[in-house]
Design a protein around this ligand. Structure first.
Ligand SMILES: [Mg+2]
Length: 243
């Protein structure tokens, strides 16, 4: 796949965080935000007339913890929750109280599985097996059972060494579409960079809008993205090109 064309100031920019802007760590709490990243994004946001949003599987609360107080528009929890210029955090639906119980059940059921980390997020449950890739089948089986007990409003979303029980109604592509329907995004050419299976719905949406889709990483999986960059560092350098 080719390198993406240079970023221009008339686009609407959507960026995944983990694996795209910053390197993935064994544990989601161990990631390191490179020095200068937030200030680069702040400058970019101004250069783009405000049309910059981060679109992540992390919850809004987790993104705030990671990046500190920022002015960025956000879509968190794979688009289930979002924050735009209105200044108000919004959510697709109330939290399902059964999520708590299922998370506890999975933690109990997986207590003997060393290397499996069960992350109880605001609106989802992620089972990470990056520390022990041999647990892939057990992780998926536990997640499948959990999703089944939660019912049709939940589904499974696979990513890099992670399987997540998520709302069946939220997708990153939907979050991008929502941003593009209103200022300052409307009428701009969308650009979306992501690194994982969870980003494919975003690639599909942005391709439909004749935008630019970029897959970050050295792997060459099947992807809907039209362009690629080899690393998070390469993506950050590409973003700096418009400044
Ligand atoms: Mg990612």
């Amino acid at each position: 796949m080719a390198d993406p064309p240079p970023l221009t100031a008339d686009c609407a920019l959507f960026l995944d965080i983990d694996g795209t802007l910053i390197d993935i760590a064994d544990h989601p709490l161990d990631v390191v935000v490179p020095a200068g990243l937030v200030s680069t994004l702040r400058e970019l946001r101004i250069r783009l007339g405000g049309a910059l949003a981060l679109v992540s599987g992390r919850s809004l609360a987790q993104i705030d913890l990671l990046l500190g107080e920022t002015p960025f528009d956000l879509a968190g929890s794979h688009g289930f929750e979002w924050r735009d210029g209105s200044g108000q955090d919004q959510v697709l639906a109330d939290r399902d109280p059964a999520l708590e119980k299922v998370a506890d059940q999975i933690v109990t059921a997986s207590s003997g599985l060393r290397g499996l980390y069960v992350e109880h997020k605001a609106y989802s449950i992620a089972l990470h097996y990056r520390s022990n890739l041999e647990l892939v089948d057990q992780a998926w089986a536990l997640a499948r059972a959990g999703a089944d007990s939660l019912g049709p409003d939940f589904t499974l979303l696979g990513g890099k060494a992670v399987v997540e029980i998520v709302s069946a109604h939220a997708k990153k592509g939907m979050a991008i579409e929502r941003f593009l329907a209103a200022p300052p995004y409307a009428g701009r050419r969308p650009v979306f960079a992501g690194d994982d299976l969870t980003d494919e719905s975003g690639f599909a949406q942005v391709n439909r809008d004749n935008g630019v889709t970029i897959r970050v990483g050295r792997e060459t999986p099947e992807t809907l993205a039209k362009f690629s960059l080899p690393s998070t560092a390469a993506l950050r350098a590409w973003l700096g090109g418009v400044l």
